[in-house]
Ligand binder design. Structure first.
Ligand SMILES: NC(=O)c1ccc[n+]([C@@H]2O[C@H](COP(=O)([O-])OP(=O)(O)OC[C@H]3O[C@@H](n4cnc5c(N)ncnc54)[C@H](OP(=O)(O)O)[C@@H]3O)[C@@H](O)[C@H]2O)c1
Length: 245
């Protein structure tokens, strides 16, 4: 048996873990950070929670007798990606980064591309507007300094500890989302700017199509660079890599 650790947290990672589990001679452990309530799960063995940094991850790889690692974490999860890279280098384990392609602007899109969340905040400081923030909820506090903007924020679960923005409407909903619903959400809330991370994938792309349809500019936060080494953009390429092990 080849024992594979798949670090997940996205729908694509769940699908990859399901496909990898179906390979003969492959034993998959799916790892989650453990921050999302009721996460989507692949049906194989699952472990949840951080490893305790690089040394904790190295110790886990050795103790659990892992043979290979696929890092299928979110494109913006830079800390765990760097730890997986260093832990696999340190233990000599084969590692693959599974990274869906970024979105690219299409005809009719009006993207303002920035490198960091802080750059999106700086841009909006000079553009008083109603803003749909779709960057995950952990970093929205960075926008609290903008008293010139009104915000719309979407949560998977009702926020237990409140929202760190004063002038803010909350929507509770879970994707994947479709273009007609996203268009109606943007239109009915009078959204003038959409802020997004360039996550890529199909599950969250409808908001971009809706913005295009309504002529709404998108402040697009570009991805951090992935660690060096092999990257698979498609599930079949990651499965082919596993089959070669
Ligand atoms: N939209 C989405 O579905 C989605 C999902 C995830 C992340 N993101 C984006 O990515 C950014 C960073 O997210 P993040 O906190 O997950 O990544 P991170 O900042 O790279 O990771 C922070 C810590 O969480 C633990 N961790 C992360 N993924 C793990 C996994 N699969 N298994 C076990 N432990 C894991 C690790 O803790 P230890 O150091 O203790 O091992 C890691 O050091 C967020 O701001 C968000 O925008 C989006």
């Amino acid at each position: 048996m080849v024992k594979v650790l798949i670090l997940g947290g996205t729908r694509d990672a769940v699908n990859l873990a399901i496909a990898a589990s179906a390979l003969p001679g492959t034993d998959v452990i799916y790892s989650l950070a453990g921050v999302t309530q009721n996460p989507n799960l692949p049906g194989c063995a699952v472990r949840s929670g951080g490893f305790g940094g690089l040394e904790g991850l190295k110790a886990y790889l050795i103790d659990a007798e892992i043979d290979a690692v696929i890092d299928a974490t979110h494109p913006f999860a830079a800390e765990i990606a760097a730890n997986v890279f260093a832990a696999c280098r340190g233990t000599g384990l084969p590692r693959l980064k599974f990274l869906r392609p970024p979105w690219v602007p299409q005809s009719g899109d009006n993207w303002i591309e920035v490198g960091l969340v802080a750059d999106a905040v700086s841009y909006l400081r000079d553009h008083s507007s109603t803003v749909f923030l779709t960057i995950g909820t952990r970093e929205i506090a960075a926008f609290a300094c903008l008293e010139n903007c009104r915000f719309l924020v979407r949560y998977i679960h009702p926020p237990k500890d409140g929202v760190p923005l004063k002038n803010c409407e909350v929507v509770v909903d879970r994707g994947p989302f479709l273009e007609p619903g996203e268009t109606e959400l943007l239109r009915s809330n009078g959204v003038q700017y959409l802020v997004s991370k360039n996550s890529g994938g199909d599950g969250a792309a409808a908001k971009l199509a809706a913005a295009r349809r309504l002529g709404i500019p998108v402040i697009m936060i570009n991805r951090p660079a992935p660690p060096a080494g092999g990257i698979a953009e498609a599930q079949e390429d990651a499965i082919a890599w596993l089959q070669k092990l």
